[in-house]
Design a binder for this molecule. Structure first.
Ligand SMILES: Cc1ncc(COP(=O)(O)O)c(C=O)c1O
Length: 918
């Protein structure tokens, strides 16, 4: 092997480096054992192995498996020329590491630990059934003390415990954070006394991956403060972990903040037994799934069913000759757990007091909300619940026009006036981006000028968008609250439930930003900053910081748990961080929840939400990080492979986000020359960032459009499912279920498609070839317009000339068929040329992407007609090609304005009602 220079920037993360290094060790040790004794080859391989072992040691010191003592024994084998044994041992470790098998066989860890006596190794069958995790101890102890701690804790293990844990000891503050970042197995942290700040073992190999840790600066703090500070930092980055502090400081001298940071504080005099039991208890509590457990218990009880639901316990299924295959397919348990009972440990979703209440409280803790509600009909319903709960007829809502259709329907139900915001268009790829903050502020100021700011209730945005655009949530809320301090925010996080479990992403979620802003505005330092800010304003300049005496933090997030985490289809959650919830919104929220929630919610779905919460609390960080890693690997592979490059381009940050919204200047996650850009900088600074797990592939060079590519190439040939395309792109997503195998399969499929296209191009006739070139030109050079929201027709405007329209009135006017007519698309442009104003009487929603290009009451623009004419999707909700666009008749539009049901038509409310057929 030519000496391999370790250039860390070519690895996306340390996990990649680690796996590759072990594979290199394996290959080199195999070559060593097959090379003749005393040969030049032997010398070379030996040297390579020594170097690899040295490099990997700087990483392995943060992991319990295989552990430093094991590396030491490998080195000794090398020195003793035991080449066969060395090669076998390295192969075994690599296999266990790469396959993660060591975690389901904790016993293997001990086999690898030369410090453990064989007689200590206990009952293997018993140990291997246990769930494995690691506990990190942070203390500057000697090697001997380190070993003693391991042995003492091992002795305390009970054979009937459900969990088994290994121990990682870190000797400094910095090392503790590095271990936490690298080592996904750590579930509990025990900080003992006052660890020193600086690490003594940072190597050049790991440096590029730990920049954020090196940026922290607590080195100058008093040593005795470092324990509590480390606890607070761990809690900020990984709040789901249990943290413990062992100290000599008397209770009276411990700060309140220290008491609050740790789950429990121990004193030196307390024995290890207590610590061990507390660690196990912490894990057991997180493991507990109140509703799933209650459902399992229920399913085991014999019961007689004398109410509805014949399927319950499988009675109507397993006794039937005709549908028993259905029962066999799903299995007995599914039916044993199928019930409508709200007793026997099961609870009522509509008024939970027991297991469901507990399950929701646990979810609230895990997702960082103040209240969490389970929703059994997807985020489509969650959105309608929140909108109905918080806005009433006549209220004004600022809403991204491109948001999911459920919001628009929610507005019709609630009777609120939408002020539509336009996402910036990404014309080259027929997509929309996100709404710039400047536009939101502009609209708010317009409403303020018109005296309608008091009616504005809510800002509603999608974060992240289907295509992966993510807002700077904190900045948006801060600057909006500076104009409207009581604004309520609804962040549609249908695609972002996973984001709470890794730090970069978490900072851009509704719940995290809400908590952060709440704490900030309560602080003295903020008050001081605000005063200085106000003093420094020039005449006519508006504040960009909210007034701490007026600001209220009221944030709602809706998440399709089922889209990105483990839950059955339709399992969603509403997370609430609203300081006025109890006082102002709980009652209306419950009314809205009752309006939309079935009285027969699906118990399997609720159980899956409960279990999904357990999963993210234990392995959310690991799984999300791995899904990002796989996305990055896929991006790099397509980018670098000559055959794939020929037909496909992975769209980069720069393709999605215009320069003015990227302060960091970062325009791609990866390029072949420089390797990886660290995503942290962009995620810290930029107005918009791109979620790397959403991989948009530009396929224009294939000459095949997105929909055909999805169906004919990916689905029919390779059974690869995706759910979004545009004219010239297809979107792949990695998630917590994505495996290396599935990424390889996709790469393979793309390679085969590229081969096939090569072949096909060679066989085309001249005419076919011309056609294909035209398609390629059209997909890569001709871009159909992407229309903005036009405007509401004046008879539906809340106040003439001021943003905001009465969508509900328009919607219900069209309930009478005499109020509308159909116009074929081809006739629309000539009618407009003839000065006719066309006004939509229904939603027109192409699917995908699933947001309306027309809403009831909206004036149809020429761009919209051109867009609809060029659309190549087969589903356009609200539109029938055989009939045409459903528009209002002129006499409906020329009526005088009606008073809306709540008299909320502003200045026009005193005008006479016109008789209308509604
Ligand atoms: C942004 C957004 N919000 C809400 C929804 C609806 O979510 P669900 O499918 O859970 O009802 C979707 C569905 O795709 C969506 O993309």
């Amino acid at each position: 092997m030519p000496e391999k220079k370790i250039d860390s920037s070519h690895y996306y993360n340390i996990a990649q480096f680690r796996v590759e290094s072990w594979n290199d060790l394996k290959n080199e040790s195999t070559k060593l054992y097959s090379s003749p004794r005393g040969s030049e080859d032997e010398k070379l391989y030996k040297k390579n192995l020594q170097k690899l072992l040295k490099d990997i040691e700087g990483v392995e010191c943060y992991f319990a498996f295989p552990g430093l003592s094991c590396l030491e024994s490998l080195r000794e084998m090398l020195d003793r020329h035991e080449h066969t044994a060395l090669s076998n041992k390295i192969a075994e470790i690599t296999k266990n590491l790469v396959s993660d098998r060591y975690r389901s066989n904790p016993d293997f860890l001990e086999d690898n630990d030369p410090t453990v006596e064989t007689s200590d190794k206990g009952d293997r069958a018993e140990v291997s059934r246990k769930t494995y995790f690691e506990v990190m101890f942070v203390e500057d102890v000697s090697h001997a003390e380190d070993n003693k701690l391991r042995h003492d804790l091992r002795d305390l293990r009970l054979s009937n415990e459900q969990f088994a844990y290994g121990i990682v000891v870190q000797h400094s503050f910095e090392d503790a954070l590095i271990a936490l970042q690298f080592n996904y197995n750590i579930q509990a942290v025990v900080i003992r006394y006052a660890p020193p700040y600086h690490s003594k073992k940072i190597t050049p190999v790991i440096k590029p991956f730990i920049q954020n840790i090196l940026k922290l600066d607590f080195a100058s703090r008093a040593p005795k403060e470092l324990g509590p500070i480390l606890g607070a930092v761990v809690k900020k980055f990984r709040p789901e972990l249990d943290t413990y502090y062992v100290t000599d400081t008397a209770l009276s001298n411990l700060k309140d903040s220290t008491l609050k940071t740790f789950r429990r504080i121990f004193y030196r005099t307390e024995d290890l037994q207590e610590l061990h039991l507390t660690i196990i208890r912490g894990i057991s509590e997180r493991y507990e799934t109140p509703f799933f457990s209650a459902l399992k218990d229920y399913s085991k009880k014999p019961t007689g069913i004398f109410h509805a639901m014949p399927i319950s316990r499988g009675n109507s299924v397993f006794k039937s000759r005709w549908i028993i295959d259905f029962g066999n397919f799903y299995g007995r348990n599914m039916f044993l757990a199928e019930t409508s009972s709200t007793t026997g440990g099961l609870d009522s979703l509509l008024q939970p007091t027991g297991s469901l209440k507990k399950a929701q409280q646990k979810a609230s803790e895990a997702y960082g909300s103040r209240n969490t509600y389970f929703v059994t009909n997807g985020t489509s319903t969650a959105n309608k619940i929140v909108v109905q709960a918080l806005v009433k007829p006549g209220d004004v809502i600022l809403i991204d026009r491109d948001c999911h259709k459920s919001h628009h329907y929610g507005l019709v139900l609630a009777g609120a006036y939408p002020v539509y915001l336009d996402s910036y268009p990404i014309e080259d790829y027929s997509m929309y981006g996100a709404v710039p903050l400047e536009q939101i502020k502009e609209k708010l100021l317009k409403l303020k000028e018109a005296g309608r700011l008091n009616l504005v209730k809510m800002l509603l945005l999608t974060n992240c968008t289907f295509d992966g655009l993510v807002y700077n949530v904190e900045k948006v809320m801060q600057e909006v609250l500076a104009i409207k301090p009581d604004m309520i925010f609804l962040w549609d996080e249908a695609w972002f439930a996973f984001a709470g479990f890794t730090y970069n992403y978490k900072q851009r979620t509704g719940m995290f930003a809400a908590q952060k802003l709440f704490e900030k505005y309560q602080s003295h330092s903020y008050r001081k900053k605000y005063k200085t800010h106000i003093k420094g304003l020039k005449a006519n300049e508006s504040p960009t910081l909210p007034d701490p005496d007026k600001v209220r933090i009221r944030v709602y997030s809706t998440q399709s748990t089922h889209k990105t985490l483990s839950s059955f289809r339709q399992g969603s959650m509403i997370h609430i961080w609203d300081q006025d919830f109890r006082k102002k919104s709980e009652n209306t929220f419950m009314e809205a929840y009752m309006t939309h929630t079935s009285t027969s919610p699906n118990y399997q779905m609720l159980a899956s939400l409960d279990v999904g919460r357990r999963q993210v609390q234990f392995e959310g960080y690991e799984l999300v990080e791995k899904s990002i890693e796989l996305a990055m690997v896929l991006r790099a592979k397509i980018h670098d492979h000559p055959k794939l490059k020929k037909y496909f381009d992975v769209l980069t940050i720069g393709d999605f986000i215009p320069e003015q919204h990227r302060k960091s200047g970062i325009k791609e996650y990866y390029n072949s020359k420089e390797g990886w850009n660290r995503m942290e900088t962009a995620w810290e600074q930029d107005e918009f960032v791109l979620d790397p797990t959403k991989i948009t592939l530009h396929i224009g060079k294939t000459g095949v459009d997105g929909d055909t590519f999805k169906n004919r190439y990916l689905m029919d040939k390779f059974n690869i499912q995706i759910n979004k395309t545009s004219r010239n792109t297809v979107l792949f997503m990695t998630n917590i279920g994505t495996t290396r195998g599935s990424v390889t399969y996709l790469t393979n499929a793309l390679l085969k498609i590229a081969d096939e296209l090569d072949q096909e191009f060679k066989t085309l006739s001249q005419k076919e070839s011309n056609n294909r070139m035209e398609s390629i030109k059209s997909l890569t050079e001709d871009f159909p317009p992407l229309p903005d929201f036009s405007y509401f027709h004046h008879s539906f405007q809340a106040v003439p000339g001021v943003p905001g329209g009465n969508i509900r009135e328009a919607f219900f006017l069209a309930y009478n068929e005499e109020n509308y007519e159909y116009m074929p698309l081809l006739d629309c442009l000539p009618a407009m040329e003839d000065n006719r104003t066309l006004v939509a009487s229904s939603f027109i929603i192409p699917y995908p992407p699933g947001f309306p290009v027309l809403v009831p009451g909206q004036v149809v623009s020429k761009e919209i007609i051109r867009f609809l004419t060029a659309l190549d999707v087969s589903e356009i909700h609200g539109y029938r090609a055989d009939l045409g666009l459903r528009i209002f008749k002129d006499n409906v539009l020329n009526r005088q304005k009606t008073v809306s049901s709540m008299g909320s038509m502003g200045n026009n409310s005193k005008k006479k009602n016109t008789k209308l057929k509604n």
